[in-house]
Design a protein around this ligand. Structure first.
Ligand SMILES: [Cu+2]
Length: 153
């Protein structure tokens, strides 16, 4: 009787199939881009600010390498810093690192995407397509709705 039970257990184990093999690369599935939006551009101005939240829920540090949009000549990743009493912005050298488990908040007065060479003004209600390129997660297409009455930078 005991032997039959043991055989049944073996058969059951085989029916379950082989144990799944561990992936060789950690799968990046939890990098999330949330709440994207852009500010409208006043007439005659060819720059605009874009904002979003990047949640790096993965086990690896991530890097936003670059961004682009068909609506702008270039999209730069800008950081703000204080120079004495003057707030200055500068391009993030080599992209923006988002350590594992951390979140990068792009918001007016802080980190932002800066559209330069904007050909047609961003008007409230329209969607601005942006391509984000990450070191590990690869390319992510996002759409930034232009908010009414918002100011950039
Ligand atoms: Cu800027």
């Amino acid at each position: 009787m005991k032997q039959i039970l043991a055989l049944a257990l073996v058969a059951f184990a085989i029916a379950c199939g082989p144990a799944p093999t561990a992936p060789t690369q950690p799968e990046v599935t939890t990098l999330e881009v949330r709440e994207p939006w852009a500010a409208p551009t006043p007439g005659g101005v060819d720059i605009a600010g874009g904002y979003l939240t990047i949640v790096n829920g993965t086990e690896a540090d991530e890097r936003l390498v670059c961004a682009s949009s068909p609506r702008a000549g270039a999209v730069e990743i800008h950081e703000m810093s204080m120079d004495g009493n003057v707030m200055r912005m500068r391009a993030a050298e080599g992209g923006l690192v988002i350590p594992r488990g951390e979140t990068a908040f792009f918001q007016p007065g802080g980190l932002h995407l800066m559209f330069t060479g904007v050909t047609a003004p961003f008007t409230a209600g329209e969607d601005i397509p942006v391509t984000l390129t990450f070191e590990h997660a690869g390319v992510r297409e996002v759409v930034l709705p232009v908010r009414a009455n918002a100011t950039g930078h």
